[in-house]
Design a protein around this ligand. Structure first.
Ligand code: ZN
Ligand code: ZN
Length: 133
């Protein structure tokens, strides 16, 4: 199962941002220097730092993700998978039903091509398989 930290990491990468990019975009309280902020984001993405509502708000100002999916993953991590359904998330870009990828040209939302792969990532996956072969 995807952890809240890896979910945020994939969404950050899908937005084309580096950890330092996000560190430059977020505002933290207490105020941290750029270096400390990058380290803090690293700890969030490795599920070491707690994801408080403040963190969710700060990160949401930097890149797009589905808050409900994030909160669900935090619950699932704390209480285990038996509390309910795991949200459907693309394994590559971590998009979800309420937070789909949008095609740059057509502005159409991606669709599911398999249980954990969206159409936005499907061509990439194919290229990678071709390269590996
Ligand atoms: Zn995807
Ligand atoms: Zn997608």
């Amino acid at each position: 199962m995807m952890t809240p930290g890896s979910y945020l990491k994939l969404r950050r990468q899908a937005a084309g941002l580096s950890v330092d990019d996000v560190a430059g975009l977020v505002h933290t309280a207490p105020h941290l220097g750029a270096f400390d902020r990058s380290a803090w984001i690293g700890r969030i993405e490795s599920d070491v730092a707690a994801i408080s509502p403040d963190v969710v708000r700060a990160l949401a100002s930097a890149f797009r993700f589905d808050r409900r999916v994030l909160l669900r993953l935090i619950d699932l991590r704390s209480y285990g998978t038996d509390i309910g359904v795991t949200p459907r998330i693309c394994a590559i870009c971590a998009c979800s039903d309420a937070d789909p990828c949008l095609d740059e040209q057509t502005h159409r939302a991606c669709a599911w091509v398999s249980a954990d792969l969206c159409s936005g990532c499907a061509p990439t996956a194919k290229e990678e398989t071709a390269r590996a072969a």
